[in-house]
Design a protein around this ligand. Structure first.
Ligand code: GRF
Length: 218
């Protein structure tokens, strides 16, 4: 028995395998790029089977096409509701045998049904040290609050937005003359490190979740 487990506690262990990943994005796609670069370099044992967007003109989608990846855009407006939309995403994932869904600047809230169906199989990155500053415009919120440090967090996605179990975090100082943009740029450098690292650990079978806590296995 694992010495860190408590009796009766649900334990999830990420699979050790060659992973099939689906990326969901809405914008620039710099995290997608960092992750794909790490896959191409052989650092992450996984492929991206589909890059998906809710925005037809997302620069990240164009970048994925340039890189020869399969891409898809679905217009949320033609679906009856959010659940129907997410069901279509789940269908797209199922036909491709997707192991992990990576939210990389995906500006849409994932429905609880999607979270439940893909429990421990959806990850996100957030540009603050959660649970501080969930939501949007969080670099400005960190400056306005006066915190001395901010950073970024990778986490599992659960029905409560930005509140799933934390996987990795990185910290940066908040400087007195920071603007939203300068702080965001400093944080982004760290995002591009911890997001690929998170996915690498995932498919090395080294992420274990017990309750709210994530343990990185050696
Ligand atoms: C990043 O700051 C990420 O933390 C947040 O959305 C932004 C996406 O940037 N979730 P990019 O599209 O990956 O460049």
């Amino acid at each position: 028995m694992n010495e860190l487990a408590h009796p009766g506690e649900a334990v999830f262990r990420s699979p050790r395998k060659h992973g099939r990943v689906m990326v969901l994005l809405s914008g620039r796609g710099s995290n997608f790029k960092a992750i794909h670069d790490a896959m191409r370099a052989g650092t992450i044992d996984a492929d991206i089977a589909l890059v998906f967007s809710n925005k037809a003109d997302a620069p990240g989608l164009a970048l994925a096409r340039e890189r020869g990846l399969e891409t898809a855009f679905l217009d949320p407006k033609i679906y009856a509701d959010k659940l129907e939309y997410d069901r279509e995403i789940m269908r797209q994932a199922a036909v491709r045998g997707i192991d992990l869904i990576v939210l990389a600047g995906y500006m849409k809230i994932v429905t609880p049904e999607f979270c439940e169906a893909y429990k421990h199989r959806i990850v996100n990155i957030h540009p603050a040290l959660l649970p501080s500053f969930p939501g949007l415009h969080v670099q400005q919120k960190a400056i306005d609050w006066g915190v001395r440090f901010s950073g970024c967090t990778t986490h599992f996605v659960s029905a409560e937005v930005d509140m799933g179990a934390i996987i990795l975090q990185a910290c940066v100082p908040v400087l007195q003359d920071d603007t939203e943009d300068t702080l965001a740029a400093r944080i982004l450098v760290e995002e591009h490190k911890i997001y690929p690292e998170t996915i690498r650990l995932y498919f090395e079978g080294r992420i274990e979740v017990r309750g709210r806590r994530v343990f990185i296995l050696s």
